[in-house]
Design a protein around this ligand. Structure first.
Ligand SMILES: [Fe+2]
Length: 432
């Protein structure tokens, strides 16, 4: 279905239902909307001035020594480069092994078809080793622990210090080839952010008008959120605290790297309230940036940036016309240069994209490895994912396709690097 397809009429009811569930919704949301727009103007200017430097960078070995301010900055901006998570040589060796794998198995599925760079592969030895590397798991634990419960209480079955593995793919992007496939978007839940009452709890401070109290790191709502109500392929069903990738090559801005909107607290507040307002002037007029040219409106079934797709919904896909106050043309910020073994992580609500151009002279190669904590829902996914692994099949959240056991050099359980890596994959820590 095209991205222009309208949303079903029932989503107007959903909007009204949400509005009715918060006291003084119209008045409080309108006040918040105006305040958020003012705040965005200031922060957007700061982001545009600073460029890539706005995205915090830390050394893996310093993670436990960061000051409160440094941690707060990482949380507010929502993205971080962690340098030297694994030694350069190890990351380079993983890339070499992936290149060998592709050469030995020319039939692997990948895009673009005439020059494959993004692969439907999950269980190569490099991927299994990287995901189970003790430092990769330690970085995950550190990121998971940026989250908290409201009162600091413990929750049965939840341990932020026990990392789990979420198997995803890798890319080896060659210089020069244009990618248009990843414009700004948010992963891990589309219309579900509003439609699922549990997921919606993550944003209750925004919807109640107390948007300054919104905390993207509060666990309530995240743990049992139904992020994939419609079972759409490629829609994650697990709670990833941060999405991430591990670099296997150098990659600098303009070389096909990741871009983020680096103010997750604000982009959440804006995107969640956006469906309740409509512009009264042309979206192409500069006046559209003025809050007084927007009005409260519950009549439409549209949730701007959400589109029907594959039996479910895709997005949010913010665009300059649908979400003008994000000023995406000047605020989508490329992450600073990384070296092999560095990792980039971005909070699960962060608006992100991939640079279209790759002007460098070498490959830009990364393995997608998010941070995933132990929760009952995540553990149940890992159990199913383990069965896929043992059968060399694609993991449950991903598009169906041929198993990998037909390929030469696929990993087995012995290729998992460490006891904690075994646990993260749902195996006993020690080999029986
Ligand atoms: Fe994404």
């Amino acid at each position: 279905m095209s991205e222009a397809a309208p949303l079903p009429a029932r989503f107007a009811d959903l909007k009204q239902e949400i509005a009715a569930s918060y006291p003084d919704f119209k008045q409080r949301a309108t006040q918040a909307w105006g305040d958020i727009i003012t705040q965005l103007r200031n922060v957007n200017a700061e982001i545009a001035n600073a460029g890539s430097e706005y995205i915090p960078q830390v050394n893996f070995e310093d993670l436990d020594k960061l000051s409160r301010e440094e941690i707060e900055r990482i949380k507010r901006r929502g993205s971080v480069v962690i340098k030297d998570v694994v030694p350069d040589a190890e990351a380079i060796q993983w890339k070499d092994a992936l290149e060998d794998f592709i050469k030995s198995n020319p039939d692997v599925e990948g895009v673009p078809l005439d020059n494959k760079q993004f692969f439907q592969l999950y269980w190569t030895k490099s991927q299994v080793a990287a995901r189970s590397h003790p430092n990769v798991l330690a970085a995950s634990v550190w990121l998971n622990n940026l989250y908290h419960t409201k009162e600091g209480q413990t929750i049965d079955g939840v341990d932020l210090s026990t990392p789990l593995t979420y198997a995803d793919r890798f890319r080896i992007r060659r210089p020069g080839v244009q990618w248009n496939v990843h414009p700004p978007h948010i992963d891990g839940g589309s219309i579900e952010r509003w439609e699922d009452p549990i997921f919606r709890l993550c944003f209750s401070n925004v919807l109640s008008g107390n948007w300054r109290q919104h905390d993207p790191y509060e666990l309530e709502g995240r743990l049992n959120a139904q992020s994939s109500r419609y079972g759409r392929p490629n829609q994650s069903t697990v709670f990833r605290t941060f999405q991430g990738w591990l670099a296997m090559s150098e990659t600098a801005p303009t070389q096909g790297t990741l871009r983020v909107y680096p103010a997750v607290f604000l982009s959440n507040a804006y995107i969640i309230l956006r469906p309740f307002f409509r512009p009264t002037v042309s979206v192409h007029s500069p006046d559209v940036l003025d809050a007084k040219n927007w009005e409260f409106d519950l009549s439409s079934s549209e949730f701007p940036g959400i589109y029907p797709r594959d039996g479910g919904f895709a997005g949010p896909h913010p665009t300059p016309t649908l979400h003008p106050h994000l000023e995406l043309e000047k605020t989508m910020t490329s992450v600073p240069k990384v070296n092999p073994g560095d990792a980039v992580f971005w909070h699960c609500d962060v608006v992100h994209s991939v640079e279209q151009e790759h002007t460098g002279s070498g490959d830009s190669a990364v393995m997608y490895i998010p941070a995933v904590p132990l929760t009952p829902q995540n553990q149940s996914y890992v159990e199913r994912q383990k069965e896929s692994f043992l059968n060399s099949e694609r993991p449950p959240d991903f598009p169906k396709g041929p198993a990998e056991d037909q390929f030469i050099g696929v990993a087995g359980a012995d290729d998992i690097l460490a006891p904690l890596g075994r646990r993260a994959m749902g195996f006993p820590m020690t080999v029986a």
